[in-house]
Write a protein that binds this ligand. Structure first.
Ligand SMILES: Nc1nc2c(ncn2[C@@H]2O[C@H](COP(=O)(O)OP(=O)(O)OP(=O)(O)O)[C@@H](O)[C@H]2O)c(=O)[nH]1
Ligand SMILES: [Mg+2]
Length: 294
């Protein structure tokens, strides 16, 4: 009997959803950073075994929207809840349930989809604290399973997969064995560049970044690929910050991104980055849509 199903992973920004899913599929597809709201789209990540296939949906962290981009992100995170076979709700190691977590929990009470709770970042907790947290969530009586994990250390992820394989229904293999994501190479390359920008930039600048791939060209007879990309920011003043003194910031972003893109493509890469300004694009519905968030 072949089993298959769709599993969405939701939770506050920064709890570790993308870290978990990269760990599960064993490749870095979803970008990760220590800044909230790293993931902006719904990304499918496919996990295939001999007798089962699980299609995971990585989603943007749920928070109160502050602009049009935020509204879009909230909508896609919530829209998956009723469409999937299992909802995974992830919280982190905080001993207090925050107000955003409480709002998500309220929403989850009204769905009929089975919910698995993952308590992540247990590498930061002792045994006693882990048991306390499990007990607290267990009393809510709404989770099919509660699993303490550490996404970064790969702790208990196998248990999570076992639980999912038990819950998902009999079904077909949706995607071929070797397919791990629905996202095109072009998207992953843009995301790698955005991740490196998140890594290198501080404060409000990284959240207003959008990366557009202008072209990917393989040079004839040479194992080298030219990648042309534009980094958009929201303000003129941000442009200077992204470029940095004597172009050092942009160079750092480019060098870090190139290493990852080379690993992804399996060839040498010549990466050309340009910085442009698209004033307050996150506030503008048509711009948010134009950039592909729809
Ligand atoms: N200590 C610890 N840190 C973790 C663990 N998992 C993830 N992190 C860190 O938490 C931060 C956020 O990780 P992400 O995977 O980007 O979180 P996310 O939930 O996808 O965030 P959004 O996309 O913004 O919603 C990163 O700095 C990770 O390295 C873990 O198990 N333990
Ligand atoms: Mg993420």
């Amino acid at each position: 009997m072949y089993k298959s199903g769709f599993v969405t992973v939701i939770g506050r920004p920064n709890v570790g959803k993308s870290t978990l899913l990269n760990q599960v599929i064993g490749e870095k597809i979803s970008i990760i950073s220590d800044k909230p709201q790293t993931t902006r789209n719904k990304i499918q990540l496919v996990y295939t075994e001999e007798n089962s296939q699980i299609v995971f949906l990585d989603t943007p962290g749920i928070q109160m929207p502050k602009n049009k981009l935020g509204e879009y992100m909230l909508k896609i995170s919530k829209s998956t809840l009723e469409e999937v076979d299992v909802v995974t709700f992830m919280v982190d190691n905080s001993m207090e349930t925050g107000s955003m977590d409480n709002l998500i929990i309220e929403d989850l009470k009204y769905i009929s989809t089975p919910i698995v709770l993952l308590i992540n970042k247990t590498d930061k907790l002792n045994e006693e604290e882990i048991l306390q947290l499990i007990d607290k969530y267990d009393k809510m009586n709404m989770f099919e399973e509660i699993i303490p994990i550490s996404a970064i250390n790969n702790t208990n992820i196998d248990k999570y997969i076992e639980v999912l394989k038990r819950i998902i229904p009999e079904g077909p293999q949706y995607f071929p064995d070797d397919m791990i994501t629905d996202q095109p190479e072009r998207f992953i390359i843009a995301e790698i560049i955005r991740e490196k920008a998140l890594l290198s930039l501080e404060e409000e600048v990284p959240h207003g970044i959008y990366v557009e791939i202008d072209g990917i060209k393989e040079r004839e007879n040479k194992n080298i690929v030219d990648v042309f990309a534009n980094i958009y920011c929201e303000k003129d003043s941000h442009k200077g910050i992204v470029i940095g003194k004597n172009g050092t910031k942009l160079k750092e972003i480019g060098q870090n991104a190139r290493v990852d893109i080379e690993a992804l493509l399996g060839s040498r890469v010549n990466l050309q980055l340009w910085v442009k300004v698209e004033k307050n694009w996150r506030e503008r519905d048509n711009k948010v849509k134009y950039f592909g968030y729809k």
